[in-house]
Ligand binder design. Structure first.
Ligand code: FAD
Ligand code: UDP
Length: 373
């Protein structure tokens, strides 16, 4: 075996950034990936000339100029602005919650009218003190109508739990705006890489000092890897690494169902959310709209996203960052600190609901610490 300096477990964004930066510093890196492709959950695949986001819609956004410059080394980004539309029982509402939504819902015309309506609903709900859960947080931000129509059903099917049992921070991911602005994010920079995300990870890993091996599960040979490599960067599930010895962390899974259709434009938008409780999926993605219709003019690809419970062996798409799990994670993190030659990183290794820009930030911070020594 070659004399590697690092084994990186997982060819997702965290693993790829770390491997790339280590190679630039003259280190020899082996990357193993259990799936049959690189790029983790940002993997895109071309079908009918359309870049299909295989693991759900991915829109890059950040306010950090360094992160934006960093990712732009690996792809050119278009000017896509995420503006999902909610379908609640056949009625369409703009997202995130903004003057378009308020006016569609209540016929209000000014920010003052919208604020008065929301205040009335908050007063009627008689909330007091800091919001203790997602339901209280949502009502205190935008009142009961929007909570009932656009949040409760979606949230409870997405997470498989009552909104009263979920942490408030999840709903604070969404802006509330008293302007007619349907931009889902507040960030300075936003876009979709022209030609898809996979090329980004391909370029990161394209270095003579990096070897990549897919279809390879770390756990099939854990002891051997620990023995053979001086240092390991692990981006899989931290509780699995420790053989669940302190108990299981909770994850939320998803199931994707894609269809190729002989129509040019199925739903007129990249993302339509189904916010009622009865529709079993949360959203339908029409991929060609991420690149403004690029691809075969007579075809489209759509994907329905179904939330699912997680059990061992399923894909753990989301960490469930409630108090119970965060407390357990901290105990695992203490074990991780004692594991001298293993660095834990990424959405699963750090058990955090990270977006892509946060993963890059976390990976670059790890790189700085590792190579400052
Ligand atoms: P991953 O991409 O999960 O990579 C980890 C890799 O490790 C995987 O490829 C996995 O197969 C591999 N692995 C795990 N265990 C092992 C093992 N034992 N052996 C070998 N390999 C292993 N972020 C945004 O910024 N904007 C968005 O719009 C957005 N939308 C999203 C939509 C969905 C549905 C989801 C699920 C996530 C979304 N994200 C979005 C978040 C984004 O996907 C993550 O921030 C990012 O992909 C995490 O990168 P990572 O490297 O930490 O993890
Ligand atoms: N959410 C909602 N209605 C929507 C969209 C989102 O209630 O139409 C809530 C839901 O709880 C979701 C959270 O807001 O989990 C964060 O939404 P985001 O779009 O950021 O979720 P992600 O893309 O990470 O799944």
């Amino acid at each position: 075996m070659k004399n590697y300096d690092y084994l990186v477990v997982g060819a997702g964004l965290f693993g790829a950034v770390f491997a790339h930066e280590a190679a630039l510093r003259g280190k020899r890196v082996k990357v193993i990936e259990k799936r049959d492709h690189i790029a983790g959950n940002i993997y895109t695949k071309e079908i009918d000339g359309i870049q299909v986001h295989q693991y759900g819609a991915h829109i890059f956004h950040t306010s950090d100029k360094n992160i934006w410059n960093y990712i732009n080394q690996f792809a050119e980004f278009n000017r896509y602005t995420n503006s999902p539309v909610a379908n609640y029982k056949g009625h369409m509402y703009n997202l995130p919650f903004n003057m378009n939504t308020f006016s569609e819902l209540w016929g209000v015309r000014t920010p003052e009218e919208a604020k008065a309506k929301i205040q009335q609903q908050k007063d009627a709900a008689k909330l007091s003190g800091e919001p203790k859960n997602l339901e209280e947080q949502a009502i205190s931000l935008i009142g009961t109508d929007i909570y009932q129509k656009l949040i409760k059903g979606y949230t409870e099917k997405q997470w498989g739990q009552k909104a009263t049992e979920l942490p408030a921070f999840i709903i604070r991911r969404l802006p509330v705006r008293y302007t007619f602005d349907n931009n889902y994010f507040n960030d300075t920079y936003q876009g979709i890489p022209i030609g898809g995300y996979t090329q980004i990870v391909e370029k990161m890993l394209d270095h003579p000092e990096i070897d990549v091996q897919t279809d390879t599960d770390f756990f099939a040979n854990k002891d051997q890897y620990l023995n053979d490599f001086p240092k390991i960067v692990f981006t899989g599930m931290i509780d699995q690494y420790f053989e669940y010895q302190l108990g299981e962390l909770e994850y939320r899974s998803l199931h994707f169902e894609s269809e190729e259709l002989d129509v040019d434009n199925y739903q007129g938008n990249a993302v339509i959310n189904y916010t009622d409780a009865e529709t079993p999926y949360t959203r339908i993605i029409e991929h060609k709209h991420f690149e403004f219709g690029k691809g075969d003019a007579n075809k489209t690809v759509i994907t329905r996203e179904y939330p699912a419970n997680w059990k061992r062996g399923d894909e753990p798409y989301y960490p469930v960052n409630n108090t119970k799990n965060n407390t357990l994670y901290k105990q695992y993190a203490e074990l991780a600190n004692k594991e001298g030659n293993v660095i834990f990183g990424g959405r699963l290794g750090q058990y955090r609901y990270y977006d892509m820009h946060q993963v890059i930030h976390a990976a670059l911070t790890t790189v700085q610490k590792e190579f400052a020594k």
